[in-house]
Write a protein that binds this ligand. Structure first.
Ligand SMILES: Cc1ncc(COP(=O)(O)O)c(C=O)c1O
Length: 420
């Protein structure tokens, strides 16, 4: 299956928009102070230095360089040609929700009632719906970190305080571990949700079914919702079809929201389509929230998503996983050849979260890589609250790339690290 390299974005335009953001003052405009104070996250701040510049090798974003496969694009084009250009049901077209149900049967051996499936737009929007469902201003959300920054920014925007419970690196066992006692101690009377991504971005850590059951028991007893982000659920390296899912251990009416996406396994990041599985009793609420936020997902994108969930889509996923595995192997060999870089090999997703010995300011380090080595990485600082010194010793690369490009990127990184 041939791949086509994606088209880079226009960074100068984006940088201009960011400058506008800096000029907003809540004293001059009737803007919520918390919104006026918002800053782009550190991945964006590094990327806007050189986004789209042709000699820059970008490993900073969470996407493969493959274009969406033709059969998916063709299904969306056909829908357009046939006049599928109108609003749909806000929770998604019936064939898509049915195809999602079949996908869960295939990959998880779990039957999910159709009332539990909503396709509001992207996975990110699905996270927003889940947060809007549970958060009142002043509540808090506990995020297992390191965590993708868009998640905690979205939680802050809904009015939540965000607390973090950091996974610990266990270098001898080469694994990340979640201290459940610490997680539970981070929760208090105002905690409304625990957010966990498994496989995690940036770590590739995967939660075990036992950990899931223990967290579920705790949350049931305390009236806390679980937002389980499983967008990398099928991108796993242990030969299983899917990472352990909350859908396999939770009851249908548990306060569990599971997030899924077409972005990663089918190379559809630009389509902005994903789905949310929620308790059946919330289907009417999800309808209203989906209406109020986006009035449903883009119609022809939904028809493309139906094609993605076909047998050809399964073939593409298998192909992409093999390509990621090659990227993983190349990154592993690279790490082994370096004396200042360590990593905990990821169990899933497509990131190398690289610990650079002696580097303590990942943001400046990443900026210098852009300026001098012409390789783009995501700084560890983006995935943690400020002053998390441990995470600031890391950079994240996405290894779901063409082998030659990845090799060149790693060589540039290596040269820059030798001169640190
Ligand atoms: C953990 C996690 N959740 C959600 C998303 C967003 O997925 P989507 O592109 O469908 O909004 C990402 C994207 O990087 C992610 O890493």
């Amino acid at each position: 299956m041939a791949g086509v390299i994606g088209t880079p974005l226009d960074g100068r335009k984006a940088a201009a928009e960011i400058r506008c953001m800096d000029q907003i003052s809540p004293k001059l405009l009737p803007v919520r102070p918390s919104i006026a104070a918002i800053q782009p996250n550190d991945i964006g701040r590094v990327a806007y230095l050189a986004l789209g510049e042709p000699d820059l090798l970008p490993l900073w974003f969470g996407e493969t360089d493959l274009k969406t496969p033709d059969f998916i694009c063709d299904a969306a084009k056909k829908a357009l040609d046939e006049g599928y250009t109108f609003y749909t049901h806000a929770r998604g077209i019936a064939p898509l929700r049915q195809a999602i149900r079949d996908f869960h049967r295939r990959t998880l051996n779990t039957d999910i009632a159709l009332e539990r499936i909503t396709v509001p737009g992207s996975a990110m929007l699905s996270v927003v719906l889940a947060l809007q469902t549970v958060i009142e201003t002043g509540d808090n959300v506990v995020c297992v970190s390191p965590v993708w920054p868009n998640i905690f920014q979205a939680a802050e925007i809904t009015g939540a305080e965000v607390k973090f419970c950091r996974l610990a690196e266990e270098w001898t066992g080469a694994r990340w571990t979640l201290d459940l006692e610490k997680l539970f101690a981070t929760c208090d009377a105002r905690t409304r949700a625990i957010f966990i991504a498994s496989p995690g971005n940036p770590t590739g850590w995967m939660m075990s079914p036992d950990e899931q059951r223990t967290i579920l028991e705790f949350c049931r007893a305390r009236g806390i919702a679980i937002i389980s982000d499983e967008v990398y659920g099928t991108l796993v390296y242990d030969g299983t079809p899917h990472a352990p899912s909350l859908l396999q251990v939770a009851e249908p009416d548990d306060a569990v929201f599971v997030i899924n996406s077409f972005s990663k396994p089918w190379a559809m990041t630009g389509w902005r389509i994903g789905w949310l599985t929620h308790p059946a009793c919330l289907s009417d609420q999800m309808n209203v929230l989906a209406m109020a936020n986006n009035t449903g997902a883009t119609t022809f994108a939904q028809w493309g998503a139906v094609a993605a969930l076909s047998a050809r889509g399964d073939e593409f996923r298998a192909f992409l996983l093999e390509r990621c595995r090659a990227g993983y192997e190349m990154t592993r060999r690279f790490v082994e050849s370096q004396n200042r870089i360590r990593w905990i090999p990821p169990h899933g997703a497509f990131y190398g979260f690289l610990h650079v010995d002696g580097m303590r300011d990942s943001f400046n380090f990443a900026c210098n890589l852009v300026r001098n080595a012409r390789v783009g990485v995501a700084p560890g600082s983006a995935f943690a609250p400020p002053h998390d010194a441990l995470t600031d010793s890391y950079v994240r690369i996405c290894f779901a790339q063409d082998a030659e490009r990845l090799q060149t990127g790693l060589e540039r990184l290596s040269a820059a690290i030798s001169s640190l």
